[in-house]
Design a protein. Structure first.
Length: 153
C-alpha cells in the first residue's frame, strides 16, 4: 500500500512539473514591454522548464541585456559558488533598489553542481566583478541549472 501511495505521489508531482513546463514561452512584447510581468511569467511560472538546462538557455529567453550579477556563496566558504543572482539593472542601481526594499526583477539561479574557485582559478577575478561581461557569460553559459526563481517584493 505504501509503495502505491509513493508511486502515485511521484506521478502527481511529475505531472505537475510537466504541466508547469507546458506553459509556452512568451516574448517581452506579449507583456507590452512590462519587464516585471515578463520575468514573473517566464522565469517563475515556467521555472520548471529551465531545470536541467544551461544558463545559456535562460540568456536566450531573457531578451533583456544583463547588466550585473552576484555569485551566491556560503557564509563559511567564499570559494564555492552554488548559484547566481542576475540583474537587468546595473549593480549600483540594484544596490540602491535593495536598500529601498525594491527587489524586483532579480533572477536567482542555483547550479546543479557548485563552482569551486580552484576549478576556475584563472577566472576568479572576473567572477568577483559585478558587471556582466561577455567573459562572464563564456565562463558560466554551459553551467547546468538545478533551480531558478525570481525575487519580486
Amino acid at each position: 500500500m505504501k509503495n502505491n501511495i509513493l508511486i502515485f505521489a511521484f506521478l502527481v508531482f511529475g505531472y505537475l512539473a510537466q504541466a508547469q513546463c507546458a506553459l509556452p514561452y512568451k516574448p517581452l512584447s506579449s507583456f507590452a514591454n512590462d519587464t516585471t510581468a515578463f520575468i514573473n511569467y517566464n522565469f517563475s511560472d515556467r521555472a520548471a522548464c529551465y531545470v536541467g538546462k544551461t544558463l545559456n538557455d535562460v540568456l536566450q529567453d531573457l531578451q533583456i541585456p544583463l547588466q550585473s550579477f552576484l555569485n551566491l556563496d556560503t557564509w563559511d566558504d567564499y570559494t564555492v559558488y552554488y548559484g547566481l543572482y542576475i540583474y537587468i539593472y546595473p549593480y549600483n542601481t540594484m544596490r540602491y533598489r535593495t536598500q529601498h526594499k525594491n527587489y524586483s526583477n532579480i533572477i536567482v539561479i542555483r547550479w546543479a553542481t557548485n563552482i569551486s574557485a580552484t576549478d576556475i582559478d584563472s577566472y576568479a577575478d572576473k567572477l568577483y566583478s559585478e558587471k556582466w561581461t561577455p567573459q562572464i557569460e563564456n565562463i558560466l553559459k554551459n553551467r547546468v541549472i538545478k533551480d531558478i526563481g525570481i525575487i519580486n517584493r
